[in-house]
Design a binder for this molecule. Structure first.
Ligand code: SF4
Length: 325
């Protein structure tokens, strides 16, 4: 089976938010004072998530990324990972984390079936880290080193490019990745939620970042691929791959291959639009697998062509933590 939308795009990738809670408060995602989150009874159980992902797999989905909020906050996450890893057709299981809880969980994640991880880290400066996230840098660096020691690979560092905040560090972050064998990716800010619109004040076109890095490093073409929209270059005579994720300056919607599932069981066909379809109640009312798959197919048929971040920056109300990036 293949999930093809009305723009002839094959949907093979589900980004699954297993919690909307987080142990950090990045200003571009969650407001510092936010305390209200999805009530536990409205969060999908691991059995419900397994059933949903199995339906997607039967429809041709092969990649699942666990996101949040912060997914490592979800209790017994390796139990869910083992369930998803056993689903026929799911060949790529990965995780996005802020790494603050990774030091004590990296090995159990690996043993459960996670093969590769993305870590969000916008700065190597402890003071700046606290200003951006409200948290401490130390545990994040410990988490990264634990993931490296556990053999998770690749480890990709996601850096949100913020003009006037971290654009004086890109060279140092690149050297940090070079030293530790991490892959580096820069991401442009997106007006998702009030935090995203605040971050847009620090928008930085990644062409400027690429020029800046090209002035310091000898950049050559890269053969690195991934399930996502990043375009990569490599530093000559090294294994440092640098990726650029450019939803604003050069969007990649024409090749979109993904949808998002939030912790309360809502299917979001597009990060940049508010279109959604709640699935939890249907599951709890005993919907059949056949009907569930039909609803997924119909929802994918209504997947929007692209985001309208430039045209309608106010449009996406939900916080980024509701669906994960
Ligand atoms: S904005 Fe929507 S259509 Fe564009 S790449 Fe993201 S999810 Fe796909």
């Amino acid at each position: 089976m293949e999930l093809i939308d009305s723009f002839d795009r094959k949907i093979e990738y589900v980004r699954l938010s297993v919690t909307d809670r987080c142990n950090l408060r990045c200003f571009y995602c969650l407001p510092r004072g936010k305390r209200s989150f999805q009530p536990r009874e409205d969060c999908l159980s691991y059995e419900e998530i397994e059933r949903l992902i199995a339906a997607f797999a039967e429809l041709g989905v092969s990649r699942v990324r666990l996101t949040g909020g912060e997914p490592l906050l979800r209790k017994d996450l390796p139990v869910l990972i083992r369930k998803l890893d056993r689903i026929p057709g799911i060949t790529d299981l990965s995780l996005s984390t802020n790494a603050a809880l990774l030091k004590d969980t990296a090995v159990s994640l690996r043993d459960a079936g996670v093969r590769r991880i993305n870590v969000s880290l916008d700065t190597l400066s402890p003071g700046k880290f606290t200003r951006i996230t409200g948290g401490q840098l130390g545990p994040v660096l410990d988490g990264l080193m634990a993931a490296k020691a556990a053999g998770l690979s690749p480890i990709k560092l996601n850096v949100l490019a913020l003009r006037g905040i971290n654009d004086d560090e890109f060279e140092d972050i690149a050297l940090f990745c070079l030293e530790h064998g991490f892959t580096l990716r820069f991401i442009e800010t997106m007006p998702v939620g009030s935090g995203g619109r605040k971050a847009a004040e620090h928008y930085l076109d990644l062409r400027e970042v690429e020029d800046l890095l090209a002035a310091r490093f000898d950049l050559v073409s890269s053969d690195m691929t991934g399930g996502g929209p990043a375009r990569y270059v490599r530093v000559r005579d090294s294994n440092l791959h640098i990726g650029f994720i450019t939803p604003i300056s050069r969007h990649f919607c024409a090749n979109c291959n993904r949808v998002r599932l939030s912790v309360d069981g809502t299917l979001y066909p597009c990060l940049g639009q508010e279109h959604h379809h709640p699935l939890r109640q249907l599951l709890r009312e005993g919907i059949s697998d056949a009907t569930l798959k039909n609803i997924i197919v119909e929802t994918i048929q209504r997947k929007p062509q692209k985001h309208e971040f430039r045209e309608k920056p106010w449009q996406v109300i939900r916080f980024m933590s509701a669906t994960g990036g």
